[in-house]
Structures are given as structure tokens and as C-alpha cells.
Ligand binder design. Structure first.
Ligand code: ZN
Length: 498
């Protein structure tokens, strides 16, 4: 059996190396590659992706997993070995259910859809995008047929990003936060924030962000920060983490975007060495991964405690813009709630409402209760109802996000689930580190970072999302209570009617 385990590890390490190589090609494509390299890069990625997939769905891997069942059952559930066999088996069974030609068609349609979407959005032309949307929906319906589901055909799509969660469970969580957030947004005071829009030299922003990141607990030599058009984070091992960001000359928002990606980076950086080159080297779900980007961006990066330490250095960096602005005014401005049209520009309070709208619409598209051609109208009505804003055109409405052009249905909910989960886990942090706010105010983030690493990041994908949350909080499942309480407290602390 030892030989079987060794063989399993070797085979999985090979697949993992192929994925790491794809990661490097993908990072390079988005950060340094000249644009004309796109077709050749797409071919190289498709070839590596096909080889990795073939190696993984191989019959022999299934036989190995079967022979290892007794070993798995003899070991503790959360041991590295039992987890490796169990999680790999689920991944393997899932991957085998989808015929190769459907997978290839979905990949092709996504690549073609991207170009169509870029042009349709530039011209605000939904009709030009409609055939792409219909094609992606048709492919997703065929994909869903490969799986069993009980409550909704949307559930197998969700499972790709938020394993083991059902559509019904998401709808329950969103059913609680939807009316509460809409009311909070309606009643939020207007806060002066004009000083956040001025000239902020990118090189100074970069230097400041790097000073902050140096306190986050990354090991020196294990990460880097580059600039790109659409910020993201990737990693090729827990010792090679790539953060990216984009600096705007007329605002400071890149700072929080950098802290966000750093949260993803800390997750990858904290995954245990023993899980490297296995399918366990990742987060249990996108929601859990996003909970950590939100933790570092918002719970740390927008807190009064954090800025008690960092506001003076920021003010010294930008004396002309912030010299006259007091700490309280700054903290109020970065925590204000203001309805807008664009998801990626949304503040912490309105953000999840953008997501709930997308979830409701894509669920209806998949369930067949909303015709694709009626999508813009449904979108605009939803924006009016949830955020009280009028959508001027489809570029600022239904065409704003890339996801549907790639057929990524089921992805959106993970952003809002991440917000909710971040507060559940934060309650556990505060219990474990009662003086975490004092530490943040003193610029001390090491204990926080180490606690999250040891208790969450190190686990990788060994446990399911629910088991992971339960291990840290004692509560199974997703509880929106702490998230809503946090937002209520935050908005109540804003100066009224300023
Ligand atoms: Zn993120």
C-alpha cells in the first residue's frame, strides 16, 4: 500500500507541475507578454491543459484510489494521506463525468466569447452578445446533464466554485442579507470623500503599498508584486506567490485592491509544505479564498485600528491631498456606502447587492425561467429595486462583467459568500487574539497573519468548506449574522448627514 501511495503522489505531482507551468504561462500572458503573443499562448495552454486533464482522469489513477481505500479508512479523517485520497477521488470522479469533446467546446466557446464580449461592451450592444450568451447557456445545460442534482440545475455549476453548496443554501443566505443590505444602503449617510480623488503619483502609491505589505507576514523571497490591467493573484507554490495591481493616478483605490490580492496571496503562501504538488494545495472553495482577500482588504485595511498606525505615513506620502484631512474623516470616507452602477467599483456595503442580482438572474437563465433576450430589462429592473439606480446603457449594466462571456455561471455568489464568511472567521480571530485591534493600531500584524496561516491556510483543501468553517468557528454552514452586524456598526459609526 505504501508503494500505491507513493505512485499516487508521483502521478499527482506531475499533474500539479503541469498546472504550475500553465500558471506561469497565464501570469506572463497577463503581466508581461506582448499582445500579439495571444494565439501561440492559447495553443500552449490548451496543450498543457489537455495533457494535465488526460493524466488526471486516467483509469489507473482510479484503480490506485480504489486500492488505497483501506488505508484511507485506517487513518484519521484530517490526516494528509486520508484527505489526499478522499479529495482526489471526488475530483477524479467529477472530472470523469464530463466528455472530452464537451470540455473542449466549452473552452473554445469561452475564448471566442471573450472577443465578442469585448467588442459588444465597447459598443454597448447587447444584441451582438446575445448569440454568445445563448451558446454558453446551451453548453452549460449539457454540462449540468453530466451530474446529478436535487434542487436546481444551477447546483452542479455552483459546485465547481463552491463545492458541496446547493442553490437552495445560497438562496437562503442571500434571502437574509438582501433586504437588510437594501435597507442599510437606503439609510446610509452621505459622506464627504472628494479628497480621495486627486493626484496620487503611482510610484508613491507603490512605495506605500510595499511598506504595508512588508508587515503582512510574507516570507522574504517568496512573493512579488507587478502591475497589470486587471489585478489578480496567482501562485506556483507556497514559495512563489505573484500579486498584481494597477495604479490609478487620480485615486487611492489601488491600495485596497493590492491588499485584496495580498489576502489571496497569504492564503497560497500559508498552505502547508506537506500539501504542495497535490490537489490539496488550494483553498476549499472560492468563497473561503475570497473571505481572506476581504479580511485583509476590509477587516484590516479599512479598520480605524489599522489606520491609527498607517494614516500618518500615508499623509506624509501625500501631504497636498491629505494634509488637511483628519483620521476620522479619512476612515469615514473609505467606509462610506454609495450606490453605483459598477460591481468592481462598489463599496463594501453595496457590493453584495450587485452579486445577489447576478445570482438571481443567472439562476433563472439556467433554470429556463428567464429568456436570454430579456436579460437587460431584468438587469435594469433589479438595479432599480436593489440599489435605486437607473442603468443608462448595457455597457454600464448587463455587459459590464466578463464572467458570462466565458460561460462562468455559478461563480458570482462566491464573492458575496466570501464577504459573509470573512466575518464568521473574524469572530474566531477576535476570540483567539483578544487584542487584535490594539495590535493593528501598533502596526503589528504578525500574530494575526500567523494565526490565520496555522488555523486556516495550512489546511489547504483537506476539509470541505463547511468543515473548515466549523473547525474555526464551531458553527457549521454559513451564518450571515456577523456580517450584517459588522455593516450596521460600521455605518452607524459614520458621521450622520455630513
Ligand atoms: Zn478576490
Amino acid at each position: 500500500m505504501d508503494a500505491d501511495l507513493r505512485t499516487l503522489r508521483e502521478r499527482l505531482a506531475e499533474v500539479s507541475d503541469l498546472h504550475r507551468a500553465m500558471g506561469v504561462l497565464g501570469w506572463d500572458q497577463r503581466v508581461t507578454m506582448p499582445p500579439l503573443g495571444t494565439p501561440a499562448r492559447a495553443e500552449a495552454l490548451a496543450t498543457l491543459g489537455r495533457i494535465a486533464h488526460e493524466r488526471f482522469v486516467d483509469d489507473e489513477l482510479g484503480r490506485l484510489l480504489e486500492r488505497l481505500r483501506p488505508l484511507e479508512e485506517s487513518l484519521p479523517y484530517d490526516s494528509d494521506e486520508a484527505s489526499l485520497i478522499r479529495v482526489t477521488r471526488r475530483d477524479w470522479e467529477k472530472a470523469r463525468k464530463v466528455p472530452a469533446e464537451l470540455r473542449a467546446e466549452m473552452t473554445r466557446a469561452a475564448a471566442q466569447g471573450h472577443q465578442v464580449w469585448v467588442e459588444a461592451r465597447a459598443r454597448s450592444d447587447f444584441a451582438a452578445f446575445l448569440p454568445t450568451l445563448e451558446r454558453n447557456l446551451e453548453l452549460r445545460r449539457r454540462y449540468v446533464e453530466c451530474f446529478e442534482w436535487e434542487d436546481s440545475p444551477y447546483t452542479p455549476l455552483l459546485d465547481d466554485y463552491e463545492p458541496f453548496m446547493t442553490t437552495t443554501e445560497v438562496a437562503e443566505v442571500f434571502g437574509v442579507i438582501r433586504p437588510a443590505l437594501a435597507e442599510l444602503v437606503r439609510e446610509a449617510p452621505r459622506v464627504e470623500a472628494g479628497f480621495l480623488r486627486g493626484r496620487f503619483a503611482p510610484e508613491l502609491q507603490r512605495a506605500f503599498a510595499e511598506r504595508v505589505l512588508a508587515t503582512f507576514g510574507f516570507t522574504e523571497g517568496a512573493w512579488r508584486l507587478d502591475t497589470t490591467a486587471h489585478p489578480f493573484c496567482t501562485s506556483f507554490s507556497n514559495r512563489d506567490v505573484r500579486l498584481t495591481t494597477r495604479y490609478h493616478e487620480t485615486g487611492l483605490e489601488s491600495l485596497w485592491s493590492t491588499l485584496h490580492e495580498a489576502g489571496h496571496g497569504l492564503y497560497a503562501h500559508g498552505i502547508a509544505d506537506s500539501l504542495q504538488r497535490t490537489p490539496l494545495a488550494g483553498a476549499p472553495s472560492l468563497g473561503l479564498n475570497e473571505s481572506q482577500s476581504r479580511t485583509w482588504e476590509n477587516l484590516v485595511g479599512r479598520s480605524r485600528a489599522f489606520w491609527t498606525c498607517w494614516y500618518e505615513p500615508l499623509r506624509e506620502t501625500f501631504p497636498e491631498q491629505l494634509g488637511d484631512v483628519a483620521l476620522d474623516a479619512f476612515v469615514a470616507a473609505i467606509n462610506r456606502a454609495e450606490p453605483g452602477l459598477i460591481r468592481v467599483e462598489a463599496d463594501e456595503t453595496t457590493y453584495s447587492l450587485h452579486i445577489i442580482l447576478r445570482f438571481e438572474l443567472e439562476r433563472r437563465l439556467i433554470e429556463g425561467t428567464l429568456a436570454p433576450r430579456d436579460l437587460p430589462e431584468a438587469w435594469n429592473a433589479g438595479m432599480r429595486e436593489l440599489l435605486g439606480v437607473e442603468v443608462p446603457d448595457d455597457a454600464h449594466g448587463v455587459l459590464q462583467d466578463v464572467h458570462w462571456s466565458a460561460g462562468s455561471f455559478g461563480y458570482f455568489p462566491t464573492y458575496a459568500l466570501g464577504n459573509v464568511i470573512s466575518l464568521q472567521l473574524w469572530a474566531a480571530v477576535r476570540e483567539a487574539i483578544p487584542d487584535v485591534e490594539e495590535q493593528m493600531a501598533a502596526g503589528e500584524l504578525h500574530e494575526l497573519s500567523a494565526w490565520l496561516r496555522d488555523n486556516l491556510y495550512a489546511l489547504g483543501r483537506k476539509l470541505t468548506p463547511k468543515e473548515t468553517i466549523e473547525r474555526l468557528t464551531g458553527t457549521a454552514g454559513i451564518d450571515p449574522g456577523p456580517y450584517l452586524a459588522y455593516l450596521r456598526d460600521k455605518l452607524a459609526a459614520l458621521p450622520a448627514g455630513a
